[in-house]
Design a protein around this ligand. Structure first.
Ligand SMILES: *[C@@H]1O[C@H](CO)[C@@H](O)[C@H](O)[C@H]1NC(C)=O
Ligand SMILES: *[C@@H]1O[C@H](CO)[C@@H](O)[C@H](O)[C@H]1NC(C)=O
Length: 369
């Protein structure tokens, strides 16, 4: 009897100690803000009248609830894996009614499937949150945060936060190349279009800096021509679609250069660039090395490579999502997202410039008092 009481109080002591540690950790965890397109949308489009959505089965089939969340994945997406690395809960979509009170301290996700760098990208999806609007919401968020913790504390939280921005792929697939002869492709040659995109993206990143972001992870586009959708629509025998590969090949190095220029202008490594094209290329050229049986066929879809149309309950669905690099015609599987995030965290300078995310976060912790 006494023994079990002693054991019980010992357990309570240990438990409260563990809880104290984990509470401290939650409070100390860095806030996380996410901007961009469907690769990083955590469900904002669920709240909008748009066709760009992932809120019906089998999306989310590998989440604990097995229910769709609005993420374009069978399970976690890249922001979720980054939240894990930060020791935080996943970010809530900014439009979620649950984003209230202390949950604001975790950060917020402003991303919206279908958007691009340009306002005219994704017009076919009608009601989506374009970049300028995501940045307006970020300012609105900051005033809500200031109401909660005060202006100085809100500013500190934002300046120490990690920011992820993933945008640009749609400016090719849902703009320049959307119809045989799009307005943008009549206006610009591909090299000139890429230059224009980079100069508009630079303005967006500058704006992000002006509204308080100081640790920004910028991802490039993947190998656009190799996704199952493009293999189905533009490839004759399974080779990556040349024109889109050329677009990604022009865009990604210029993005890295632009970021280098921004950092030197600002006199600090505010931005780090992830070479997601190289990262994804690795497992597209050698899927077996990463435990994938295919990087050409989507797990969920129909037609050649399961690359046509949308992923719905009526689509083909693979039994084991972990052996597919692509979940649907455009988006990586949960396992691929995890591999990409590992490269972002720990990759060498050929993947991450000027440094990887672990180094960026460690550097910052060292200067925090
Ligand atoms: C996009 O639209 C917003 C709102 O109309 C405008 O302020 C912004 O300048 C536009 N951006 C570009 C690149 O045209
Ligand atoms: C990237 O991150 C790891 C920490 O996980 C670090 O040890 C390593 O040196 C970094 N790699 C490079 C090449 O910067």
């Amino acid at each position: 009897m006494t023994n079990s009481v002693a054991l019980a109080s010992w357990l309570i002591l240990v438990l409260s100690f563990v809880m104290a540690i984990s509470t401290t950790r939650v409070e100390a965890a860095r806030a996380f803000f996410v901007f961009g397109d469907s690769l990083v949308d955590n469900g904002n489009n669920n709240y909008l009248a748009t066709t760009a959505r992932a809120d019906s089965p089998p999306y989310g089939i590998d989440t604990p609830s097995r229910r769709p969340t609005g993420r374009f994945s069978n399970g976690k997406n890249i922001p979720d894996f980054i939240s894990d690395a930060l020791g935080s809960e996943p970010t809530l979509p900014y439009l979620s009614p649950e984003l209230q009170g202390n949950r604001l301290l975790v950060g917020a996700n402003f991303a919206s499937a279908g958007i691009g760098i340009l306002n005219d990208t994704g017009i076919q999806f009608i009601n989506i949150i374009r970049m300028y609007r995501q940045l307006e919401y970020f300012q609105e968020y900051q005033s809500r945060l200031a109401d909660l913790v005060g202006t100085d504390e809100a500013q500190r939280i934002v300046s120490e936060a990690l920011v992820l921005i993933t945008v640009g792929g749609n400016d090719f697939v849902n703009n320049y190349y959307v119809v045989p002869i799009s307005a943008r492709s009549r206006q610009f040659s591909l090299p000139d279009y890429v230059k224009y995109l980079i100069s508009e993206y630079r303005k967006i990143l500058m704006r992000l800096y002006e509204v308080g972001a100081r640790k920004v992870l910028v991802t490039g586009t993947g190998p656009l021509g190799c996704v199952p959708a493009e293999l189905a629509m533009r490839s004759t025998n399974g080779e990556c679609a040349a024109e889109l590969q050329r677009a990604a090949g022009l865009y990604n190095p210029q993005l890295v250069q632009m970021i280098k220029g921004l950092n030197s202008e600002l006199g600090a490594n505010v931005f780090i660039a992830a070479n997601t094209q190289k990262q994804t290329n690795d497992f597209i050229s050698n899927p077996g090395a990463y435990g994938f049986t295919t990087s050409k066929i989507a797990c969920c879809g129909q037609g050649p490579y399961n690359g046509l149309g949308l992923c719905t309950v009526a689509s083909n669905l693979c039994p084991n999502r972990d052996v597919y690099a692509f979940w649907d015609p455009f988006h990586p599987s949960e396992r691929a997202n995890g591999i990409i995030t590992d490269m972002i965290l720990n990759g060498s300078p050929s993947y991450m410039s000027p440094m990887n995310l672990s180094s960026l976060l460690a550097l910052d912790t060292a200067t925090r008092t």
